[in-house]
Design a protein around this ligand. Sequence first.
Ligand code: PPY
Length: 304
Amino acid sequence: MARIAYFGPEGTFTEQAARALAGPGDELFPVETIRLALAAVRRGEADSACVPVENSVEGPVPATLDGLAEQEPLIAVAESLLPVHFSVLVRPGTTRIETVGSHPHALAQVRQWIEVNLPGARTLASSSTAAAAVSVQAGELDAAVTAPVAVQHYPLEVLATGVNDVDDARTRFLLLRRPGLPLPEPTGADRTSVVAAAANRTGALAELLAELAGRGINLTRLDARPARGNFGEYRFFFDFEGHIAEPRIGDALAALRRRCHEVRFLGSHPRADGVRATVAPSAANEDFVDAAAWVEAVRNGDLA
Ligand SMILES: O=C(O)C(=O)Cc1ccccc1
């Protein structure tokens, strides 16, 4: 039985993702922020943490990226992809809506709906969608933009559902744990994540990308976040197809390690969408194994 900390409170999208990722008998508990969820794992209070990492409309979740680049390393061992449809919850009997709260990612995805349906309402950021529901319950906000399940957790009423401006919006969530245990087995439909700090000079990022492209590795995400200490210095977050257990991926990671003063492996795990890695001609794992065996043989004087 594992203890899983998730970005709560109850009724967040992250809780749904955590339930999808949990095994039978696992115990889930909410924490208030993404930072606290990661801290619970680092301190050993949880075996793993479930947090959002990227959204198809709003892009990366900065708190997760920064939280993974700093402090003790954590490793992503699984992911979940959830459709995100939003509801608007109010206290029963509400007639006037002057304030609407939610997680900034949620507010950004319902702007048009609010402009048309709640003109003049002020939008206020909450730590999560469900935290906004708690504030509505407490009378601090008039309405909350939440996951549809939130109404099951709070004594509120549904004013509207399906209020998202973009259909088919999806969010990807990670299950993270401390290093030290075996990685998930490769499946052929895997994702590997790393964060690297490259030198601040011409072509540094292009050179890293060339290391991946040259090995026929398909990138699935690239984000830059400020390194914080030094204005103008960035960390690059790479997600790409493949698993560190594969020779071509190991080879690429070794090249990133050579080129960067800081590289952190963030995990290799099966993709939630099951999409299998595309492999460019002459970049299959067998090609790498064969080429390495040939070099070894030549070194040993076996082949001319
Ligand atoms: O606040 C939540 O419910 C979360 O889990 C974060 C989030 C916010 C908006 C879209 C997807 C996830």
